[in-house]
Design a protein around this ligand. Structure first.
Ligand SMILES: *Cc1c(COP(=O)(O)O)cnc(C)c1O
Length: 428
């Protein structure tokens, strides 16, 4: 048995931690088997408790875009720690990272830092409601915006408009204010707006989706949303928790050329520490406390260690813009390599890729929304995942998660990965 120690640690963890994990996807429920416990990580590699070295394609679900234990970040963190780890009082550092973010991201004047992507999205929706004086929001099936109640809604039977909670504990009162549409389906959005005239405060979406695999928005869809929001006084919220500072320094707003009214951040902006943020133009952000009446707060918001990791990461990205190109080239290389191998072995598949995000779906139909993503052959995905893991390649443990490449990955790593796939693809 390869994972003797991980298995023992998991067993012990389950005695004290619910399901043995602090976030469900880590439990490997979607792929079966038991999770691997990590001892340390450096660059593109994870080192597990059974002393194996794995090539990492999730990069902590996105944040470690520069690779694990990135030297400038680690050094700055060590220094910052000596100065105290939390004050709950303003620091100059918060202004420095805010200034940097405003410089990097188009169409934002002000930013508020929080502690997670969940908090960022939840707060952005509250602000949109406070700003517009309206209650309802539109979200898209398969887009993830964190685990706050308003987002835990799934398509019900019958009309898409009426959702049902996808977790016990979410009340019918909450459900009725979240309206659901299909990703890339502008007509559905139009009819929802028509049926709920003057009631929609915000439309929130992942501008490039990464939580149903990687899904690319059609140009007419994203442009159409912008127009509808202008026409009906709706706040367009881009949830860029995944895409922000990853696809480009200005995120998906920059690569798609579409302006959002509010933008949510997380993951990369914290450089591996718990950080989220939401941002927008002054006329909307001024409604937030203490300038305005919409309340939002946090004891550890703007924490000096979190801000240090975020600042060093963003600063490195803005000073080395070539990273975005090199990441995209590496991702393209991996894409081509995987495609060739799967074709050679006659395995039906779709690969979606945007920037440094990529996903492999085992289906012969194009994947453009949640429904088509769900058609993927899950048994094949499990075999693929575990086969690659045996070859020391760590992929996201669910067909609905995107790969996030990091800049520490070398072409040797990519070649190794493609070759590993060639060895296991025969059994797919
Ligand atoms: C990860 C993610 C979130 C939630 O962020 P947490 O830090 O896990 O709370 C929200 N939106 C998107 C698009 C994400 O990928």
């Amino acid at each position: 048995m390869i994972y003797k120690r991980s298995s023992a640690l998991f067993k012990e963890a389950k005695q004290y931690i619910v399901g043995g994990v602090n976030s469900p996807v880590r439990a490997f429920s979607a792929v079966g088997g038991e999770p691997i416990f990590v001892k340390r990580a450096k660059g593109a590699y994870l080192y597990d408790e059974d002393n194996r070295k794995l090539i990492d394609y999730i990069s902590s679900w996105g944040p470690m875009i520069l690779g694990h234990a990135f030297e400038p970040v680690v050094k700055a963190l060590v220094e910052a720690t000596k100065k105290g780890t939390s004050y709950g009082i303003p620091t100059e550092l918060e202004t420095k990272i805010a200034k940097l973010a405003v410089e990097m991201v188009p169409h934002i004047d002000k930013i508020r830092f929080v502690n997670s992507g969940t908090e960022a999205c939840m707060s952005a929706v509250r602000l949109a409601r406070g700003y517009t004086g309206k209650d309802k929001i539109i979200k898209f099936a398969g887009c993830y915006h964190g685990h706050s109640d308003a987002f835990l809604i799934q398509a019900g039977s019958g009309a898409v408009t009426f959702g049902t909670p996808n977790s016990p504990g979410v009340t019918p009162g909450t459900v009725k204010d979240t309206l659901l549409a299909g990703y890339n389906n502008l007509d559905e959005v139009k009819s929802i707006i028509k049926a709920n005239k003057d009631e929609i405060a915000a439309i929130i979406l992942e501008p490039v989706a990464g939580n149903m695999g990687c899904i690319i928005p059609e140009e007419s869809f994203i442009k159409g949303l912008r127009e509808l929001c202008d026409e009906h006084d709706i706040v367009l919220i881009f949830d860029e928790v995944m895409t922000g500072f990853r696809l480009a320094k200005g995120g998906a707003q920059e690569t798609l050329g579409i302006k959002a009214d509010l933008v949510c951040f997380g993951k990369v902006i914290g450089g591996g520490l718990p950080v989220g943020a939401f941002a927008g133009p002054q006329h909307i952000m001024s409604h937030l406390a203490p300038e305005g009446p919409v309340y939002q707060a946090g004891t550890l918001s703007g924490n000096p260690l979190a801000m240090t990791a975020g600042y060093e990461t963003l600063k490195y990205l803005i000073e080395h813009p070539e990273i975005y190109h090199s990441l995209e080239e590496k991702t393209k290389y991996l894409h081509t390599g995987i495609e060739k191998v799967l074709n050679k072995h006659g395995v039906e598949h779709q690969i979606n890729r945007y920037g440094s995000m990529l996903s492999v779906h085992f289906t012969d139909e194009p994947v453009s929304d949640f429904e088509s993503a769900a058609k993927g052959n899950n048994q094949k995905f499990k075999d693929y995942f575990h086969g690659m893991l045996k070859q020391s390649v760590y992929l996201p443990p669910s067909a609905f998660e995107s790969y996030f490449l990091n800049d520490a990955l070398t072409y040797e790593d990519l070649d190794y990965t493609i070759k590993a796939l060639d060895e296991i693809a025969i059994s797919l």
